[in-house]
Design a protein around this ligand. Sequence first.
Ligand code: ADP
Ligand code: MG
Length: 730
Amino acid sequence: MSLRFQAISDLTNEPNEVNQVNAKKITSIFGENVFTLKTAREYLNDEAYKSLIGSIKGGKKIDRSVAGSIANGIRAWAESKGVTHFTHWFQPLTGTTAEKHDSFFSIKSDGTAIEEFDGAALIQQEPDASSFPSGGLRATFEARGYTAWDPSSPAFVIEIGQGKTLCIPTIFISYTGESLDYKAPLLKALEALNNAAVDVANYFDKNVTKVTATLGWEQEYFVIDEGLANARPDLVQCGRTVFGAAPAKGQQLEDHYFGSIPERVYAFMRDFETECYKLGIPLKTRHNEVAPSQFEVAPIFEEVSVAVDHNSLLMDIMDRVARRHKLRVLVHEKPFAGINGSGKHNNWSMATDTGVNLLSPGKTPKTNLMFLTFFVNTIKAVHDYADLLRASIASAGNDHRLGANEAPPAIISVFVGQYLAKVLGEIESRVGDKFDEQDEAILKLDIHRSIPELLLDNTDRNRTSPFAFTGNKFEFRAVGSTANCASPMTVLNTILAETLKGFKKEVDTLIEKGDKKEIAIMHVIQKYIVESKAVLFEGDGYSEEWHHEAERRGLPNVRTTPLALDAMVTKKAKQLFESNNIYTHAELEARHEIELEKYIKKVQIEARIIGDLALNHIIPAAVKYQNTLLENVNGLKAAGLPASAYKSQLAIAAKISEHVQVIFDKVHALVEARKVANAITDTRTKAIAYNSQVKDAFFDDIRYNVDKLEHLVDDDFWSLPKYREILFLR
Ligand code: ADP
Ligand code: MG
């Protein structure tokens, strides 16, 4: 029996036991596996505790002399939970998380066995990093890389089965200081934003000393049965299906979106949520998404760096817990053709240490002006660096959403809602006017009270915008579901830092020339509105009109990853990242190279899977069925029946031959195209070739013919689970 029928029979005959999780109050388990400050207070002596706090709050380096006692405290806590091993946990550019476990166990020179965790092991480790991507950095500079503790992110304990491991969140850098992970540049970007935003916030409130960017992600994903997934080599190897005819019923009835969560999936959700709560991930919502078998989970927002860690952890945990339930989680942006793909909306804002959300419309003219300042600066940043934002979310998987017939489009535009669009328009229409005291009218615009109601009307309805203002935060919706949020967050926070620095310079200049502060601010806001209004768009982002309109406005619309990535290495990008201390030129070049290579490899693997499935699954099934048909024809002939009796059989056999022939020829040509692409030495040219000469030239054509065969061939011969089974059986 093929894996397909085995899986279906397993599902029908021995329904998977629903693994019930004991319901516990969330507050009773929340953060129990995290070395929180409260825990630190319990396990650390005064000196160690103070040093740790200094590092967390002030970003200071941990004092080597106290590292030992911090390590001891962390070990004591971890051992009280039954932990035997520790690992430096980091987020390399492969896009997953990395760990290398070491035990606390050690043998002293006199042969005594002890458990220890010294300060050096806490602070720094040298993973064998040679196989992590470095974009040539390590070759150019130094062979080794090391991981270094990032105290701003708390240590935690991961439970895998009975095993428990202490995880120390770290950044990953080369010996010469180049960052090799997602986290190091992110922390720098957050610091750049903090500095620039505090300066500007001080125009309005001198008490602000720290601005923290906040992130609330929404993770979309599919959950399918393990047996069915295992019978699809494309799902196992690529995380998406490369073939599959559309089922009679897809998402047209929208019954999944409104339906209740299936019990088996619900048990899985509760299980992984419990794991997340223990790790201090503040999950808040869960629900069905539009496509069948598609779901979403979202936490309460947190500081960006912690939220990024938590999202990486979540993806890990979901994958592991799903296996426990004999399910598979797919976080690929487009696992199935013809139904919605998955994204990871990044809700983003900034909060001051005085407790103010800088993107929340204020109650008084002064706070309104502060809101307008950060709001307009963000729009300007997105306008000026739209290409970089696009690059930050570019990946082979996300190309199936952006630039395909799916939301959001590859054109980066900003949606602000009718009311704020009107406010901006009003300010803009006053160009040439001198703002003076009479302009209190503008400063007094009742943004605060008007926005909430208007949002209900507008913002929620426009789901087609890649970057939307949603009342008290911006929502970057174009981020792909597999992405590490650090990538878009590094860019977003950097470009805003840069824009705010420019803003401050311009305002200060006007003040020096004698403008009153508020008037100076209004003038620069006005200037920024004029300069960036091309990026504002309130209409339907999917529409054909918008593509034309965007082109007229000169907005970039880059549909494919290899070209979108160009933005990373422009002169403008290099200058931006260097002057804000995020990336050196060499680091940018390296990252560009790594992203291109990732793209090439993804397409390469898919191309191989397409060839493999076509030759080893599809064509054999088709030929087998053809033989059955021919046997039947011969039988009918022998029985003396007229040609009309086997006309259809022959027609089907002929149709099958046609498709088989096309598939065979195209797979052959695909292999040749790959060889040609592989011979290209320039990475960018090679990535472009993989996109146009390999993917675009063959994938859809081959798929079209395979999907036609799926409709023709006897169901019994078809070895790959069909969409109707993968998406609807559990
Ligand atoms: P919705 O109606 O779309 O569910 P919510 O305001 O409840 O809107 O939030 C959606 C997401 O945005 C959640 O993950 C939430 O935590 C996050 N969010 C809310 N406020 C902020 C903020 N100030 N900064 C970052 N994320 C936020
Ligand atoms: Mg949303």
